[in-house]
Design a protein around this ligand. Structure first.
Ligand code: EPZ
Length: 420
């Protein structure tokens, strides 16, 4: 296992270039199984989860080359139609091959992803959507066994008890490309990554419209063509560096990002006292001395993203006054709180709300990462804490941030990776 050793107290200054979006790359790599034509994907981040998805599609029969952020995928025919547990357990997004296999060969056997640290992570909406398209699904021995004689386009509503679902919207959208007739997904998720997948499907030759709204229409069974496609920048990585600037009271120019995807994040950075200047593909964030307490309410896009609340908890831990964070999407996504409290943060969890009373300083401590975004939160806190912070089990972080410590060192942070 590996860990980060961080010496806190340095303001961060300089430029950082944002990698491609993890949550676009994973479904788009899976969707490449839809075609026997050649697929070239650019701006792909080199992440553990991306390499796991590549491992899965190679297992299924794809020929893959991945170098310098470009992936070349060629799947003339599939060798298998099952996604084994030992791959799915590493990455729940493996379930995206369900939609692609059903559209391509009408059969799929995918291990149930199970829950993870942040919550039970059900897939009932995925199953509801696929069944509506005519797929017979039964769950046996921890596997989703799915098959159909033909996929038929229909209307399907994907509103869940927690609102819209990114994963279910994408999975059903991918499957619907193989359906006869028109599929209309209502209560569709609007996240930029959903739009990116839809745009990729259209680049392949399919016919998807309405992406970015709550109603997506897919006209199925188009013929596909060779495609080269560049995925969008990672808005959560960009948001994480914006918090780093505000937290350390430095000045960071975030390059190769999409400011339009960051509106709710940057709005909260400004409310907390940061100064934001937006360019076409850049955002400059200056952390001002005067910071003030804020209230965050997590919501599906374009609301404040759940994937950013842990990072903001680190910022609010040293922001004067009482702030609140309400996590409405995942059941157990405050695990960074106990670790931040070990650094001296004053946080009280009341159901789905964290009440954060800002303290003057945090002290470095020996910390344990628990999930991807909580790990980022602990690293950010270490940057501003007095003394040394050790963050263990950073494999969580390597799933979603490319060269995180190298990018931070490029901004002046004193951070190094060490084998435990
Ligand atoms: C995606 O997860 C992202 N992961 C998550 O990012 C992100 O937090 C989440 O969307 C919300 O934006 C990827 O894209 C790989 P959902 P997903 O389906 O698709 C419930 C990160 O840190 N739900 O939008 O799994 C679910 O339990 C990760 O990069 C059902 O009830 O999320 C949750 O409460 C973490 N039934 C809510 O909906 C279902 O069938 C939103 O989940 C599916 C989901």
């Amino acid at each position: 296992m590996q860990r980060f050793i961080i010496e806190g107290g340095k303001k961060l200054f300089g430029k950082v270039s944002i990698s491609g979006a993890k949550n676009s790359a994973l479904p788009i790599i899976a969707a490449s199984l839809l075609t026997a034509k050649k697929v070239v994907l650019d701006n792909i981040p080199d992440l553990v989860d991306v390499r796991t998805m590549i491992e899965l599609i190679e297992y299924l029969g794809a020929k893959v080359e991945f170098a310098r952020h470009t992936i070349k995928i060629y799947t003339p025919k599939l060798k298998r139609i099952d996604a084994p547990y030992d791959i799915v357990r590493k990455m729940r997004a493996s379930y995206y091959v369900l939609g692609a296999l059903l559209a391509r060969v009408r059969r799929a056997k995918v291990s149930l992803p199970g829950g993870c640290a942040i919550g039970p992570r059900p897939v009932d909406l995925h199953i509801k959507g696929l069944r509506t398209l005519g797929v017979d699904i039964d769950i046996e021995d921890g596997f989703i066994n799915a098959q159909t004689s033909k996929l038929v386009g229909r209307e399907v509503n994907l509103q869940g008890t927690k609102g819209t679902s990114v994963g279910a919207t994408i999975n059903v959208m991918i499957a619907a490309t193989g359906a006869r007739g028109k599929t209309v997904i209502s209560s569709a998720a609007c996240e930029p990554e959903v739009v990116d997948v839809a745009d990729f499907l259209n680049a392949m030759g399919f016919d998807v419209s309405g992406q970015g709204t709550h109603t997506i229409i897919i006209k199925g069974q188009a013929s596909t063509r060779d495609v080269e496609y560049t995925i969008i920048p990672d808005r959560i990585e960009a948001g994480t560096f914006a918090v780093a600037a505000a937290l350390t009271r430095g000045r960071i120019i975030i390059e190769n990002c999409c400011p339009d995807h960051l509106i709710s994040i940057l709005d909260k950075i400004e409310e907390a006292g940061g100064k934001v200047t937006k360019g076409d593909r850049t955002v400059e964030v200056v952390g001002c001395g005067r910071k003030q307490a804020i209230n965050i309410y997590v919501a599906p896009y374009p609301g404040f993203p759940t994937d950013m609340q842990a990072q903001f908890m680190a910022l609010l831990s040293i922001t004067a006054g009482t702030s609140t964070i309400r996590e409405t999407i995942f059941e157990n996504r405050f695990m960074q709180a106990v670790e931040l409290m070990r650094m001296g943060a004053d946080i009280t969890i009341k159901g789905d709300t964290a009440v954060v009373n800002g303290v003057k300083k945090l002290s470095g401590a020996y910390l344990m990462a628990s999930d991807l975004r909580a790990s980022a939160s602990l690293v950010l806190a270490g940057l501003v804490a007095q003394g040394q912070t050790v963050v263990r089990r950073i494999y969580h972080l390597d799933r979603g941030y490319e060269k995180f410590e190298i990018k931070l060192r490029g901004l002046g942070a004193r951070i190094k990776r060490q084998r435990e």
